[in-house]
Ligand binder design. Structure first.
Ligand SMILES: C[S@@+](CC[C@H](N)C(=O)[O-])C[C@H]1O[C@@H](n2cnc3c(N)ncnc32)[C@H](O)[C@@H]1O
Length: 284
């Protein structure tokens, strides 16, 4: 296993219990993205679908319902804690047609020409080599079938991210990331991931901008807990502060969140790129 894989496992391994704890809220918040993935993947009942970097099981579990009992979904993630969380949820809700396995995106444990579609929600930006991950997805897709990937558009267009980040930056000096570092916004620039799909050999790579609302149930205080829990970076930065600073930071963040409060929770305008490509009819 490469050093980069080990770093990802460490980073996301610490987040797995939190992503499991907030699973229902995360599912609801990102439901419009799941819908976009389902739509663009051209799924049909009875299909066999791959979800790469499934985390605690989404969108795999949503897709399992869409393909019906004659269909099947395989969800893979490099972090064992994420995979056991996904398996627990499948068991809990009685989903029989979803299988979860530990695997890295650049070494998928499936034969060539297996899947009717492959999806990946917020995963490709963390791959050690995105082009190798895309090549693997192309290998396991059946000829002429599609992959659909969701990545964040710019942080500045996504208050779900920037409202907390800007407050945290006032307390902990942000360290600039090396270019192309694994990060949520690695593919925020239009055309960047499309170029990687082209480099990997995908046919007809393209993207569309999905504008939607992230709807979060609960109070602004609940949202504070959710946002801090979801991100290993925020958790680490908060740990580096004194109790007094943490308290102050929390007060400022909660105040910033207030402007998104609605009758039913919070609502953030959001922007995500949906990137698609096909395997050719005679892919090498
Ligand atoms: C932001 S979470 C997304 C989880 C889920 N797809 C969702 O949208 O709720 C990113 C996931 O990517 C996984 N991941 C990162 N690098 C990976 C790799 N090289 N291969 C497989 N999974 C990876 C992490 O373990 C984590 O579960």
């Amino acid at each position: 296993m490469s050093q980069q894989d080990e770093d990802v496992i460490k980073r996301w391994g610490t987040s797995a219990p939190y992503w499991e704890k907030h699973r229902d809220v995360i599912r609801e918040m990102f439901a419009p993205i799941t819908q976009a993935l389902l739509q663009d993947a051209e799924l049909a009942s009875g299909n066999t679908i791959l979800d790469v970097a499934t985390g605690p099981g989404e969108p795999a579990l949503g897709i399992a319902a869409a393909v019906g009992p004659a269909g099947k979904v395989y969800g893979i993630d490099v972090v064992p804690g994420m995979v056991t969380a996904a398996q627990r949820e499948a068991e809990r809700v009685g989903v029989k047609n979803a299988v979860f396995e530990v695997a890295g995106a650049d070494k998928l444990p499936f034969p060539a020409d297996t899947f009717d579609a492959a999806v990946c929600r917020f995963g490709v930006m963390f791959f050690p080599s995105p082009v190798n991950g895309i090549r693997e997805m192309l290998r396991v897709l059946k000829p002429e079938k599609k992959m659909v990937l969701a990545v964040w558009h710019f942080a500045d267009n996504n208050p779900f991210h920037y409202e907390l980040a800007r407050v945290v930056d006032r307390y902990v000096e942000p360290t600039p990331l090396p270019p192309d570092a694994p990060d949520a916004f690695r593919f925020a620039t239009r055309g960047k991931l499309v170029g990687i799909l082209a480099e990997a050999g995908a046919t007809d790579p393209r993207e569309r901008l999905l504008k939607f609302s992230i709807t979060v149930p609960g109070s602004v205080e609940d949202f504070w807990t959710l946002r801090c829990d979801m991100s290993d970076k925020f958790r680490e930065k908060l740990q580096s502060l004194s109790a007094k600073e943490r308290h102050q930071l929390r007060t400022e963040a909660i105040e910033a969140f207030q402007s998104y409060a609605t009758e039913h929770g919070l609502s953030f305008p959001a922007e995500v790129l949906i990137v698609t490509g096909r395997k050719g009819a005679s892919h090498a």
